[in-house]
Write a protein that binds this ligand. Structure first.
Ligand code: PLP
Length: 379
């Protein structure tokens, strides 16, 4: 039985994106796609397997829960947990052979205890604060922190990381440059103290695509692996300053079927709150998807594709239903396919279109597509 709605994921598009990234970073740099948030809405397990088969080296997840899901699915590649691991889950993450980001002493002590009890070496990546001011050890505290970490015999400081706060939101990259300088300084300071950390990493998609010098030994791209640009600013910078043939293919198409077609007269209200009044005799398609599925209620002037034609939505987005005006589309029948996001034969509605309608970003749009909805891998 198929759900009312489903998401098709193009394997060849995902593979293309990994190949494109590999081409620009070279063979030696570790490619660690970010598969948190259900692989940005694309389906955690299948997408992860496709990435690894296409040449990704590691995977980064947000939580131990995601890491466990991947291990249970048979994935053996290195896993890096980017997000917070509660102290009572650290033993599990060490057992699962995960790399942990570390920025507080409580975690450090818990990794050591877990390493002792499991007999495994706890692999940690220190995160240094360079200006994003969320996770991270303040620069002034880094040396002392690393020295203490170094005293634990069962802990290996494998990586040093940071994260950019203003690299995709602007075409002015001066703040990113400042963060990069601070990161380089941090690595240098540790090296001078005798702590030479083998893996340095800070590059998300925008950094990986735009700035070779941010790639070091490992990159952690997320959005680009799924075929989306981080922002228009990143795309514009790429076009103006780089333009090296790098090409992304969006992998996700979100579909459903028409549940009902009805003709209503001029002057009728459509949907909750009577926010739309028909301006002509109107044929409406009732479509069984709503905000529960991740079709954002704040969307204004949304569109869907029916029989390769664009149909505007009418009235508010409901919990499980939206209504589209199909008056101008010939031959539409109940159960005709509806493309909510992605391409039909000659036209497309992108995650960026959704983001514009809802006043958000493409990241939020695809990660919000309800996990319950089946992800079907197509060629
Ligand atoms: C720490 C970290 N690294 C890498 C990424 C990937 O970023 P992007 O999707 O912009 O490539 C994220 C995404 O939020 C992140 O939080």
């Amino acid at each position: 039985m198929r759900d009312l709605t489903w998401v098709e994921i193009s394997k060849s598009s995902l593979e293309n994106n990994i190949h494109q990234l590999r081409k620009i970073i070279g063979k030696k740099t570790i490619l660690c796609p970010c598969v948190k948030a259900n692989a940005y809405g694309h389906g955690l397990i299948e997408t992860s397997k496709i990435f690894l088969n296409a040449g990704a080296d590691w995977l980064s997840v947000n939580s131990v829960y995601e890491a466990k899901t991947l291990r249970d699915s048979g994935i053996k590649s290195p896993l890096y947990i980017l997000g917070y691991v509660p102290l009572d889950s650290i033993k599990l993450s060490v057992e699962l052979d995960c790399r942990l980001v570390v920025y507080n002493y409580e975690t450090l002590n818990a990794v050591s205890s877990a390493s002792t009890s499991t007999g495994k070496t706890g692999k940690i990546h220190l995160k240094v604060e360079t200006g994003t001011n969320r996770q991270g050890i303040l620069y002034k505290d880094l040396k002392a922190f690393a020295k203490i970490a170094k005293t634990f015999k069962n802990i290996e400081i494998e990586g040093l990381s940071t994260h950019f706060s203003n690299i995709e939101d602007s075409t002015d990259h001066s703040y990113a440059e400042l963060q990069l300088e601070r990161f380089i300084e941090a690595a240098k300071t540790l090296k001078e103290t005798g702590i030479d950390i083998p893996i340095l990493h800070c590059a998300n998609s925008a950094a990986t695509i735009l700035f070779k010098k941010t790639r070091f030994n490992m990159v952690r791209p997320g959005i680009s692996c799924y075929g989306m640009w981080p922002s228009l600013e990143t795309y514009n910078t790429y076009i103006q300053e780089i333009k090296n043939g790098f090409k992304l293919s969006p992998a996700l198409t979100w579909k459903t079927k028409i549940a009902q077609i009805k003709n209503i007269p001029i002057g009728e209200a459509v949907g909750y709150g009577c926010t739309y009044i028909t301006k002509r005799e109107t044929t409406l398609a009732v479509i069984p998807v709503g905000y529960y599925d991740g079709y954002d209620r704040s969307i204004k002037n949304g569109l869907v594709l029916i029989n390769d034609h664009i149909a505007p939505l009418r009235g508010r987005i409901c919990m499980n239903i939206i209504m589209a005006d199909i008056t101008d589309i010939p031959g539409v029948k109940t159960e005709n396919e509806v493309v909510l996001m992605g391409s039909s034969k000659t036209t497309a509605l992108t995650a960026e279109d959704f983001a514009n309608w809802a006043g958000t970003i493409n990241y939020e749009v695809t990660t919000r597509i309800n996990e319950r909805i089946p992800r079907i891998i197509i060629k």
